[in-house]
Write a protein that binds this ligand. Structure first.
Ligand code: CA
Length: 266
């Protein structure tokens, strides 16, 4: 699969130029012309890199960057207007990885995107399998086992569980779950999240009646808490978030057997 680039830019000429140049360089480019649409596409497509304009309708680039950084450490390159030094400093301090000043040349655009991807891949191999004492979730094959048995989850339930375990220990609002697990978050309400979580909890409770890892946090949302693990954690696995509270509970195996050497930004 080609590397996917999400370009959030409302200037049609610039957006078109970026699509053409990166398309010719072998990237798959998805466009969004406003901030809210950009966020929805971000959660639906899970791009490998984001190019982000700052002046955008509906939600500006700062808001988009903040929302992306709440949940993801995908590399983000800001597209800034010429000479606005304060933008660059603010962007980098908010978690942008690089910036490109408009107008930019085609060769520079391609080189900077490639360099950004190289840096990010060296720092962060993709996690492929999440595992704790109850749940094993393979992000690649989309297979889920509960208590060792294959669980039949709908695609929507899979995305919901994947979003929860990716951020195990962290409370996600109904809105954040809608963005990550539904393709049309604008047309479904928070009630849908409630019922989907109910069905998912029912499927997870078949594995182990003692522990329900999905907690409802009244007024805030939902949180996945890995069950306590009575086994010795294998040494080649990374400890999940529950470990930070002093209890080995979850692991994420990384692609190629390499240990991730950097924690995701929180
Ligand atoms: Ca703009």
């Amino acid at each position: 699969m080609n590397t996917r680039v999400l370009c959030i830019e409302d200037d049609q000429d610039i957006a078109l130029a970026i699509s053409m140049v990166l398309g010719r360089a072998g990237f798959d480019v998805v466009q969004a012309a406003d901030g809210n649409l950009g966020l929805r596409i971000f959660h639906a497509e899970r791009p490998d890199v984001v190019l982000l304009d700052l002046g955008l309708p509906t939600l500006d680039g700062w808001g988009v960057l903040e929302r992306i950084r709440d949940l993801s450490d995908v590399p983000v390159m800001l597209l800034t207007a010429h000479g606005l030094e304060v933008d660059k400093v603010r962007g980098l301090s908010l978690g942008a990885d690089d910036y490109l000043t408009k107008p930019f040349g085609n060769a520079e655009l391609v080189a900077r995107v490639q360099a950004l991807l190289r840096r990010s891949r060296a720092a962060r191999p993709e996690a492929e399998v999440y595992q704790d004492a109850l749940v094993e979730l393979n992000f690649g094959s989309r297979e889920v086992r509960v208590g060792g048995d294959l669980a039949a989850l709908t695609p929507n339930e899979f995305r919901l569980l994947a979003a929860l375990v990716r951020h195990a220990g962290q409370t996600l609002s109904a809105e954040q779950l809608l963005e990550q697990a539904w393709n049309d978050p604008l047309h479904v309400g928070p009630e849908r999240v409630k019922f989907a979580v109910m069905r998912l909890r029912r499927k997870l409770s078949q594995g182990d009646g003692d522990h329900m890892p999905i907690e409802a946090i009244r007024g805030f949302g939902y949180r996945y808490v890995a069950p306590p693990d009575r086994r010795q954690p294998p040494s080649n696995r990374r400890q999940g978030p529950a470990d930070r509270r002093g209890r080995p509970a979850a692991s994420v195996r990384s692609a190629g057997g390499r240990e991730p050497d950097r924690n995701p930004r929180s």
